[in-house]
Design a protein around this ligand. Structure first.
Ligand SMILES: Nc1nc2c(ncn2[C@@H]2O[C@H](COP(=O)(O)OP(=O)(O)OP(=O)(O)O)[C@@H](O)[C@H]2O)c(=O)[nH]1
Ligand SMILES: [Mg+2]
Ligand SMILES: [Zn+2]
Length: 293
């Protein structure tokens, strides 16, 4: 018996990485015993039946589980947002951040394609970088053209299981290719990306990059808030926490309550007003959803 981690699932086989070697495993016994389908990222106990084959005996308890992409035990999410083409969207970033926070995953914000920045956009992006860093988020500006930021990104991947997420065409696969050229992940032409929403990346696999395991994911991932309760939402905006103590009402949702310290901080500019605005729109969205029974 040995322990390992599933790095790929394909045609009924699970590829288990164990002490630097990959074993092609079947998992039938596991379905029967644990009534669970193995996921990429699962830590497993397996028996080797040959040099590179085996079967899975047991799936260890998961730290967390993502639906799209279907990966378990993710420690870190690399949220890739291009500075331009497609244009940077703080609202979409805030959505990703809420989801990642709710799954207990550490986010790293990557602003890609900074070589394409010019004029006024340069200062706009610089301001976002300052804002998100002030909240406490790690922000890395990258370019696969000038190679800027790539070393820093590598240092964050080392020793961790990460997923790379973000809109189609922001340059996720290009970044991973830049870090490990022999991967030769397919990358797309931006015009076809934007025109048809075509996803270049398809199946999920954990790739060994910079001493860590990384899943490249296709285009958009699941961005629904379905699993989040309304009263949890404020906690997923870390910069609200300190101010929230000063609200008049316990359990203040920071919407229209009197003497709300979070709203006052946003009005005073101590909390970025656009962050507060996105919070309000997420609250509205969650209030509109159908009740669950
Ligand atoms: N100028 C510039 N272009 C880039 C950079 N990174 C990626 N691109 C281009 O952006 C386009 C999309 O890149 P991909 O790596 O395929 O994007 P992706 O995020 O993997 O897209 P999906 O797999 O569809 O989700 C390609 O034409 C890349 O050449 C960059 O740093 N600078
Ligand atoms: Mg891709
Ligand atoms: Zn409040």
């Amino acid at each position: 018996m040995a322990e390992g981690q599933i790095i790929k699932a394909l045609s009924g086989f699970y590829y288990v990485l164990s002490e630097g070697k990959v074993f092609q495993c079947r998992g039938r016994g596991v379905f029967r015993k644990q009534k669970v389908t193995p996921l990429v990222g699962d830590r497993v106990v397996f028996t080797a039946t040959g040099e590179a084959e085996g079967y899975i005996l047991e799936i260890c308890e998961r730290q967390n589980e993502l639906v799209r992409p279907p990966v378990a035990n993710v420690e870190q999410a690399i949220l890739v947002f291009s500075a331009v083409s497609p244009d940077f969207s703080a609202k979409l970033l805030d959505r990703f951040l809420v989801l990642v926070e709710s799954k207990n995953i550490t986010p790293v914000i990557v602003i890609s394609k900074i070589d394409l920045l010019d004029g006024g956009m340069k200062e706009t992006i610089a301001q976002y970088v300052r804002d998100y860093r002030r909240i406490g988020y790690e922000v890395i500006e990258t370019s696969t053209v000038t190679k800027e930021g790539l070393d820093e990104l590598m240092s964050h991947l080392c020793g961790r299981v990460s997923v790379v997420a973000g809109q189609s065409g922001v340059g996720k696969s290009s970044l991973l290719n830049a870090l490990r050229p022999d991967l030769q992940l397919k990358t797309g032409d931006i015009s076809t990306h934007l025109g048809r929403g075509k996803h270049t990346t398809r199946h999920v696999e954990l790739l060994a990059i910079a001493g860590g395991l990384v899943a490249d994911t296709p285009g958009f991932s699941a961005l629904e808030f379905d699993h989040i309760e309304l009263d949890e939402l404020p906690y997923y905006f870390p910069e609200f926490r300190a101010y929230g103590e000063g609200c008049k009402f316990r359990g203040c949702l920071h919407v229209a309550e009197p003497k709300c310290a979070v709203r006052e901080a946003a009005e005073a500019g101590d909390i970025a007003p656009y962050r507060y605005g996105h919070y309000l729109s997420f609250v509205a969205e969650m209030k509109e959803r159908k009740p669950r029974y």
